[in-house]
Design a protein around this ligand. Sequence first.
Ligand code: BG6
Length: 463
Amino acid sequence: MTLRESDAFVFFGATGDLAHKKIFPALYAMVHRGGPEIPIIGIARAGWTLQDLVARARDSVQHSGDYEPECFAKLVSRLRYVDGDYADPSTFARLREALNGAQRPIHYLAIPPSLFASVVQGLAASGCAADARVIVEKPFGRDLATAEALDRTLHAVFPESSIFRIDHYLGKEAVQNLLYFRFANTFLEPIWNRQYVKDVQLTMAESFGVQGRGAFYEEVGAIRDVVQNHLLQVIALLAMDPPVGHEPEAMQAEKLRLFRAMRPLEPRDVVRGQFRGYRDEPGVAPDSQVETYAALRLHIDTWRWADVPFYIRTGKNLPITATEVVVNLKTPPLAIFGGDDSMPANHFRLRLSPEVVIATGALVKRNGEEMHGEPVELVARHQTVSEKSPYERLLGDAIRGDTSLFTQDDCVEAAWRVVEPVLRDPMPVVDYEPGSWGPNAARAVVDCGGSWHDPRPERPAPP
Ligand code: BG6
C-alpha cells in the first residue's frame, strides 16, 4: 500500500503545554533528520504573533537540551502562526490562507476535548478538512459514553482511517521491542500460553507525585490516566495472537480481539491507593477519593490465557521510576534435583522504561558436587537510549499516513468497557506512605501464594 504524505502540519493549541513539552522538540528532531519539508502552522487564541511563537519554540527546544541554531532556523522557516478563536469562522478562513493550497493537511488537536467539536466543524466548514488527517491525544473520553461521543464528533467529519489517536506508549522503542521479540522468534510461541505461563505482571512505578497537576489529576486518577490506555495497550501487545499479514489493519484486528476478550474488572479485582499528602496538593479536594495508585488482576478469556492472571500495578510516589513486565513461567512438572522452594521458576523480564531490557531468568547448577542451583538472567537486549522520542516517531508516522502505532475507536471503547465497572462503583482508596510500594492491601490482589515483583534499579549494560 502506498502511503500519501501530508503536505502541511497544523497544530491547534500551539501556545500550550503539550506543544512546549513535546510537539516543538519532536518537530525540531524531525527537521534535524532532514524532514518533513512541509509548512508547519500553529494555531491558538492567545493574541500572539509569529515572533512570540518562535520565541516559545526556541525556549522549548533549548529545554529539551538539543539546540543547534542552524537547525532551529530551518524549523522557523517552515513555521506560520494563526491567532484566533476556534468558534470564529474567520480563524479557519485565515488557516486556509496559511495552508497556501496544501491538499492533504494533517491537523493535530493539542487542545482539551471540550474544544474538539468547534474545531472539527470549523475545519469542515472552511474546506480545511477535505482529504485531511487529524491527530488527537489521550484522554479519549473519561468513560465509554464520553469516548463514544468523542468518536461521533470526529467521525462527523473524518473517516476512522484518517484519525490518529496518540497513545505515546506505543511510540516507545521498548514497546516495539516487545512486539518484535514476541513475533520475530520461534521459541516463544510454543510456551506463550496457559500451559507454561503462571502469571504476567506489569508494573509502572513513578517516584514522583502529581507535580503540580493536582487539578488535572482530580479529574482522572491512575486508572483513567494510565491503566485504561498505556497499560492495557501493553497487555494487548503481550497477549494478542500473531497478526495475519503485514498491514496495520492485521495488527489492529488481533489487538481488538484481545481487548474484547479482557473480562471487565470487578471491584474485588482492584485495590485503589492514595499517597499520604495528596490531599494537601493544590487543586486537590481535602476529602478526595481519587486514586494515585492502582493494583489489579485482569483475566483474558481466550483459550490461550484462560485462568492466567495478568497483574497490573501503577502508582505515583513509589520507590523508583520504572516500567517492567515479568512473565512468570510454571515450575517443571517434577523436581528431579530435590525441591527448593526458594528457587524462582523461569521468567521473561521486559523492562520498558527508563531502559530497554529483555532478559530471561533461568536456573543453572552451582559449582560443586551437589546438584544445587542458582538463578541467573540471560540478557538479550540492554539499551539506555532510544533513537527517537515517542512523539517524534508518532508524528512522523502520522504525517506519512502509517496507522500501525495508533489506536482505533473500537479498541479504545473496548478498553473503557474493561475498567468502567470499577470507575462507576469504586472501592474507597487506601492510603500509603510516599516512597513505599503502595498499600499492603494490594498484596491480596496477587493471590495463589504469589507476590508482586518490584522493579529495581537496572545494572549497567554488560560491556
Ligand atoms: C502520561 C500520564 O500519559 O504518562 C502521566 O498522564 C504519566 O501521569 C506519563 O506520568 C508517563 O509517561 P512516560 O513516558 O514518562 O513514562
